[in-house]
Design a protein. Structure first.
Length: 671
C-alpha cells in the first residue's frame, strides 16, 4: 500500500479508541486503514487510571485562579460539546420501542384506511385541500377491485407534483413540447389521446417531438406505455395526457431551492406564476468543466443549510469521515438505530458529511441534469430532485423475479447477514471509491485479521437491558456476516480500479446464484447506481431484509413501514453490529475470536454470554415483509399507481383545473 493511500485511509481519531455505544462521534475505520493492535482492556484501564491520577496531582498544584478557570472551562465543555454516552445497565434497549411504534403505525393505517368512496374523497380533501381529480371515483373502484394496499397514501407522488401547481397548465404543456427535441438525451415521449396510447410511429407521422431518437425501444418508456395500454384493456378510459420518461437510472431535474419553494407557495395559494418560456439545457457530469455532483445537488438545499455552507472536498470520497454529529434528528441516542429513515433521506442538506459517504454525491457513474423546471418522469430519485416518480420498468418487466422453489424455510437459514453485488453507482477516480456505500460496507465486514480491530457492540439482556461487549471485528464478521463483492468494478480510471482490486479489506467471491441470498436469515439491499432492482424479490423471500439507501422509488408509496416490513440501516452503517447483536446475539463470536488468536476480556465475555438473540422478532419482520411483497409489490399495484398519476397529471396540464376536479358527491353517494 502506498504512503499516499495509507495517509488518505487514516481516520481522524486514534484507531485504538473505541467510542461508546450511542456516541455522537462514533467513527468506524474507513477502507484501507491498517490500525495498530489495540491494547487489552485491562492495560487501557490501567493507563487511564494512571493518567487521571497524574492530571489530578497537577491541577491541585496550580494557583487558585487557574483552578477556577479550568473549572469554568470544564463546565462549558460539558454543557456545549456532545459527549459520548455509555448506557448504564438499567437502560432499556431501544429496538423494542422502534418495533412497537412500527406496529402501532401499521395498525393505525388499517383503522384509518378508507372503506368507501365518500371516506376516500373526504380524506383526500382533508389532506390536500382540494377535491380529487376528475375520474377519481372510477380510480377508487379500480383500486378496490384489484385489492390495492393503499388508497389515501401516495405521499411521495404528491410531494413531487406540488411544484407544478405553481405554474399554469399552458406552461406545463409548452414545457412538455420543448422536451421533444432530439438532443433531450435519455428522454422519450408517451402520449394518450382519446383513451388510447399513441404509438411511436404515429407520433413521428404527426410531426410531434418524441425526444431522443433511441428512446423508441427504451425499457423505461415502453414499460410506462405498456402500463397505460393495460389500463385500457381493463376498461379504463384515460384522459388526454403526455409524459416524457427518463431512461437513465439517475434522476434529471435539480431545481434551485428558491425556485422550488416559490412555486410550491404559489401552488398552495392557487396563484400560478405568469407563463415563462425557456428551452431545455442539459449538463453532463463528464464534461471537463463540470462541477462536482454534490455542488450541483446542494443548490436544491436551503441557503442557510449546512450543505450550502459546507466547504467542498477537493477529493470527494477519498477520506471518508463517519460521524454521528448530524444524526440526532433521526437516530436513537443509544445504539444509533434509525428511528426515521425517511428523515435521514429527506434531511441530507443538514448532513454535510454525506458528500464523502455516498457514490451519487461523490462521483456518479453518469449524471445528465437540468436546473430548469421541466416535467421529467423517472424511476427513482434523491431528495432535492424534482422528477416525478413512475413505477420502475425493471420491476414491471420482472427482471429479477423471486422463485419460491429456490427459497428455504427459516430454520434452515444461517444466522448471518448476506450480500453479494458489484461496486456500482460511481466512477472510480483516484481513491474516491473509499467513500462509496458499498465500498464501506464490504470493507467494514472484511477487515483483515492482522488489523486487530475491535468494535463495541450493543446487546440486550434477558430483561431487555443494554449490555456492551468489545469484540474483534474479524470474529464478528466471521460469525454474523457473509458480505463480499461478486466481481471487481469496471467503471473508472485504470489505476483507480486497480487500487480497488488490491484493497486488503475487499473480498471478491465470483458470481453466485441469486438464490444464495435465501440461505441467510437476513439479506441486505442497498443503493447502487440508483434504486435497487432486487428489492421486491428479496422482500418476497422468507428472509428479513435490511435496507440502506438515499434513493426513493414508487414502492415508497406502497405502504412500506421500516421496522415492520424491513430493518433500516443507516448510510453511515454505524449501527450494523448493534443490529446483528440484537437479532442474533453474539454467543458464537468468542469461539471465532479464540480461533483467530484473540482473547476478549472477562467482562466482554460475560456480556457476550448474557446478550440474548431476538430471532423471533426478526422472523416476524421477514413474514410481514413477505406479505407486503405479495400484496403491495404486484403488477396490479403498479397499475393502480399509474392510473392515479395519469389523473393527477391530466388535471395539472388542464387550463381549467377547478373544473377538472371530481364532481361533488350527492348526499348518500359513495357511502
Amino acid at each position: 500500500m502506498s504512503d499516499q493511500r495509507r495517509l488518505l485511509s487514516t481516520p481522524k481519531v486514534d484507531p485504538n479508541s473505541s467510542p461508546s455505544i450511542g456516541s455522537n462521534d462514533s467513527i468506524p475505520l474507513p477502507v484501507g486503514c491498517t490500525p495498530p493492535t489495540p491494547r487489552p482492556a485491562s492495560a487501557v484501564s490501567s493507563a487511564a487510571r494512571a493518567l487521571a491520577s497524574s492530571l489530578v496531582r497537577r491541577v491541585v498544584a496550580l494557583p487558585l485562579v487557574l483552578k477556577l478557570v479550568i473549572l469554568v472551562f470544564a463546565f462549558l465543555c460539558i454543557k456545549v460539546l456532545p459527549l459520548p454516552f455509555t448506557p448504564p445497565i438499567s437502560v432499556p434497549h431501544p429496538i423494542p420501542s422502534l418495533l412497537h411504534e412500527a406496529e402501532a403505525l401499521h395498525a393505525s393505517r388499517l383503522v384509518r384506511r378508507p372503506t368507501s368512496l365518500r371516506q376516500a374523497h373526504d380524506r383526500y380533501l382533508e389532506k390536500h385541500g382540494r377535491s380529487p381529480p376528475r375520474g377519481y371515483d372510477a380510480w377508487y373502484s379500480f383500486a378496490q377491485k384489484l385489492g390495492a394496499c393503499t388508497i389515501d397514501g401516495y405521499d411521495e407522488m404528491y410531494r413531487s407534483l406540488a411544484v407544478w401547481w405553481g405554474v399554469t397548465g399552458g406552461e406545463i404543456r409548452d414545457r412538455i413540447e420543448r422536451l421533444g427535441v432530439e438532443n433531450a438525451g435519455g428522454m422519450g415521449r408517451v402520449r394518450v389521446r382519446e383513451g388510447r396510447v399513441v404509438k411511436w410511429e404515429e407520433m413521428g407521422a404527426e410531426g410531434l417531438g418524441r425526444g431522443a431518437r433511441d428512446m423508441e425501444g427504451s425499457n423505461a418508456r415502453t414499460a410506462w406505455e405498456e402500463m397505460l395500454e393495460e389500463l385500457g384493456t381493463r376498461g379504463v378510459r384515460l384522459p388526454d395526457v403526455d409524459f416524457f420518461i427518463n431512461q437513465l437510472d439517475e434522476p434529471r431535474v435539480v431545481l434551485p431551492y428558491e425556485l422550488r419553494t416559490d412555486l410550491e407557495k404559489r401552488g398552495r395559494r392557487n396563484k400560478p406564476r405568469p407563463k415563462q418560456v425557456e428551452d431545455l439545457v442539459l449538463h453532463d457530469i463528464n464534461a471537463p468543466s463540470s462541477r462536482t455532483a454534490y455542488d450541483v445537488l446542494r443548490q436544491s438545499c436551503p441557503p442557510s443549510s449546512p450543505a450550502r455552507r459546507a466547504r467542498l472536498s477537493s477529493n470527494p470520497g477519498s477520506s471518508p469521515h463517519v460521524s454521528q454529529r448530524y444524526t440526532s434528528a433521526f437516530t436513537t441516542r443509544i445504539g444509533s438505530f434509525l428511528s426515521s429513515p425517511q428523515l435521514e433521506r429527506q434531511t441530507w442538506c443538514d448532513q454535510p458529511d454525506l458528500q464523502e459517504l455516498h457514490q451519487t454525491l461523490i462521483r456518479p457513474l453518469s449524471f445528465s441534469w437540468t436546473d430548469q423546471l421541466f416535467p421529467v418522469f423517472s424511476n427513482s430519485k434523491i431528495e432535492g430532485f424534482a422528477d416525478v416518480l413512475v413505477p420502475s420498468w425493471f420491476h414491471w418487466y420482472g427482471k429479477m423475479p423471486y422463485h419460491e422453489g429456490a427459497d428455504i424455510e427459516w430454520k434452515g437459514k444461517t444466522n448471518q447477514l448476506f450480500w453479494r453485488g458489484t461496486n456500482t453507482g460511481g466512477k472510480s477516480v483516484g481513491l474516491n471509491w473509499m467513500g462509496w456505500l458499498r465500498s464501506r460496507l464490504v470493507s467494514k465486514t472484511n477487515r483483515p485479521l492482522e488489523w486487530a480491530h475491535h468494535d463495541a457492540v450493543l446487546l440486550s439482556s434477558a430483561s431487555n437491558q443494554t449490555l456492551t461487549a468489545m469484540l474483534p471485528s474479524s470474529a464478528l464478521n466471521a460469525a454474523l456476516t457473509d458480505i463480499a463483492f461478486a466481481a471487481p468494478d469496471h467503471h473508472g480510471d485504470v489505476s483507480s480500479l486497480e487500487t480497488q482490486r488490491t484493497e486488503p479489506s475487499f473480498r471478491f467471491t465470483g458470481m453466485v446464484p441469486f438464490s444464495s441470498n435465501f440461505a441467510a436469515k437476513s439479506i441486505l439491499d442497498m443503493d447502487g447506481t440508483a434504486y435497487s432492482g432486487r428489492f421486491p424479490a428479496l422482500m418476497a423471500s422468507r428472509s428479513a431484509v435490511f435496507k440502506s439507501r438515499l434513493f426513493v422509488d414508487a414502492f415508497d408509496d406502497a405502504g412500506l413501514i421500516p421496522w415492520f416490513h424491513y430493518v433500516p440501516l443507516s448510510i453511515r452503517l454505524s449501527e450494523l453490529y448493534n443490529l446483528l447483536g440484537y437479532f442474533f446475539g453474539v454467543s458464537s463470536v468468542p469461539s471465532h475470536a479464540s480461533a483467530q488468536g484473540f482473547t476478549p476480556s472477562p467482562a466482554d465475555l460475560e456480556s457476550a454470554a448474557l446478550g440474548r438473540s431476538h430471532e423471533e422478532e426478526l422472523y416476524k419482520i421477514a413474514m410481514q415483509g413477505r406479505e407486503w411483497a405479495q400484496k403491495c409489490a404486484r403488477r396490479e399495484d403498479a397499475l393502480v399507481h399509474a392510473y392515479l398519476l395519469v389523473l393527477e397529471w391530466a388535471r395539472l396540464c388542464s387550463d381549467e383545473r377547478e373544473g377538472a376536479g371530481m364532481r361533488p358527491l350527492e348526499r348518500g353517494q359513495g357511502s
